[in-house]
Design a protein. Structure first.
Length: 474
């Protein structure tokens, strides 16, 4: 029997619901926490037990002492941090461990070293994994940055050393823009990540974002679950993810997956993690960062491999070996995930919080919806605007495109604006359909945000046809 009997779900939203589902399948009692704003949230309804952590002014899902107190009072023997919030906070991992609560993730030391992008780069260089050329350490001031940029060559990226979520990153095309951006990135880093550390690296031209899912246990087993292509991004934030990448050859796939395993071994990684790379126009790969947690887009990997990543995470955290060796991991078909955000694409993606007046989940072959919404649910304005993920799988790329189109028309989220029509516009763009694109795709196609024409109203056609039929007495 699994040594984990009761799990604290230290998160909210769709990922909390995802974790609760894993618990239900594994016979683990799930313990949710909720802020005042989340009193009616789906994860509260679905969990076996749920405890209030007060208003957000008390830290909400970032209040680790409160979370640990709930875990202890409820008798939890483990805590899963999900993504965002405390998931990459080494102090939380250490605090759990110190109180005999298994933290579902790598050790505090590994989280700390990989959360620092400069330290992570150094570790990868030592392990022989190719990294983006850049500064050896943090940059004291712009005078220190200028010669490094000269050496690696413009354009360069200035980045927050402790950054995440696509923030604290700026492209600099020449010394002037480097001068202009230096203080901006520094203050963004300070505000968002509480650290003034910034570094720079060469900007890869026409980059493809390719990341590899890793699973590693405490018995020395490290396996990869192939790669995901997350090149469809808006302002460095992922919008649509695909597994496997439709733009890699088998040789490139083998290379990048092997590099990710090397990276994980080099830092003695344990649990699930993701090694992110950029691929340039001639197919070379460069390590970018390692995310020491479950990722938003993990379901597409689950769809092509059949491995339940959350269940493996829980087994690894309990000290058990992985159930799969590398040769057991096979992949089948393609999967694609659409992040459904409560935002208005026609209004610069302004968050559109409010009441979901009606919600229909799509169904049929190859469709999975991981969401936190239901009819009547009021999306609180306090948190991220992502409220659901639509995940589609098919045996081949062309069928996947057709199925995704069908599912995006099938799903119904009413009462708030969402990114659904925007996804349809992207999906039906001829360039996207070739499967060959880089991270500049969204920026190069601003017209796709004019979404009202992108979703021909089939329902209306049906209504008219029915009215005509009725009129003609059919
Ligand atoms: P993924 O890398 O799993 O695709 P994202 O980069 O979109 O995920 O981040 C997942 C969530 O976590 C988002 O809500 C994002 O804003 C948040 N997040 C990620 N990294 C950080 C960080 N270092 N600090 C604060 N929030 C973060
Ligand atoms: P975060 O921690 O916020 O996820 P990353 O370092 O993973 O930050 O970068 C996020 C995105 O920014 C990448 O997916 C890519 O689109 C872009 N990016 C980052 N570094 C570079 C680079 N050196 N060249 C080109 N694009 C980059
Ligand atoms: Mg990243």
């Amino acid at each position: 029997m699994l040594p984990i009997r009761k799990l604290l779900i230290a998160n909210r939203g769709e990922i909390a619901v995802r974790l609760i589902r894993a618990c239900a399948e594994m016979g683990i009692t799930s313990v949710a926490v909720f802020t005042d704003a989340d009193r009616h949230a789906l994860h509260v309804k679905k969990a076996d037990e749920a405890y209030s952590i007060g208003p957000d002014t008390m830290g909400g899902y970032l209040n680790m002492h409160r979370l640990i107190n709930v875990a202890r009072a409820a008798g939890c023997d483990a805590a899963h941090p999900g993504y965002g919030f405390l998931s990459e906070n080494p102090d939380f991992a250490a605090a759990c461990a110190a109180r005999g609560i298994r933290f579902v993730g790598p050790s505090a030391a590994v989280i700390r070293s990989m959360g620092d992008k400069v330290a992570a780069r150094a570790a990868m260089i030592a392990a022989g994994v190719p990294v983006v050329p850049g500064s050896d350490g943090n940059l004291a001031d712009v005078e220190a940055a200028l010669p490094v940029a000269e050496k690696v060559g413009y354009p360069v990226m200035l980045k927050a050393t402790n950054g995440g979520g696509g923030r604290g990153i700026r492209l600099c095309t020449d010394p002037d823009s480097l001068r202009r951006n230096f203080d901006r990135v520094r203050s963004e880093a300070t505000r968002a990540f509480g650290s003034t550390d910034i570094f720079l690296e060469k900007a890869i031209v026409n980059p493809r974002h390719i990341e590899v899912q890793i699973l590693a246990d405490s018995h020395g087993n490290v396996t990869h679950l192939f790669e995901r292509d997350c090149s469809i991004q808006r302002r460095h934030q992922k919008l649509i993810e695909i597994a496997p990448s439709p733009q890699l050859s088998e040789e490139q796939r083998a290379f990048v997956c092997e590099a990710a395993v090397t990276a994980a071994r080099a830092v003695k990684y344990e649990n699930a993690g993701t090694v992110e790379f950029l691929m340039d126009h001639d197919g070379s790969f460069y390590f970018m960062e390692m995310n020491t947690r479950l990722q938003v887009e993990h379901p597409i990997t689950e769809m092509i491999t059949g491995v339940d990543i959350v269940q493996e995470q829980l087994r690894v955290a309990a000290g058990l070996p992985l159930r799969y060796r590398q040769e057991d991991i096979t992949r089948r078909g393609y999967a694609m995930e659409f992040r459904i955000n409560a935002e208005d694409p026609e209004n610069d993606f302004l968050p559109s919080f409010g009441r979901i007046t009606r919600y229909f989940a799509p169904g049929g072959p190859g469709i999975r919806t991981d969401g936190a919404i239901y009819t009547g649910y009021q999306i609180p304005p306090h948190y991220d605007s992502m409220c659901a993920k639509l995940i589609c799988w098919a045996l081949d790329w062309d069928l996947l495109l057709a199925r995704a189109d069908r599912a995006l028309r099938d799903i119904g989220v009413y009462g708030v604006k969402t990114t659904i029509p925007y996804h349809l516009a992207i999906l039906n763009h001829p360039e996207f359909r070739t499967g060959v694109f880089d991270t500049g795709f969204i920026g190069a196609h601003p017209e796709l945000t004019q979404v009202h024409e992108a979703r021909p109203n089939r329902n209306l056609a049906v209504v008219i046809a029915a009215a005509l039929a009725a009129h003609h007495g059919l």
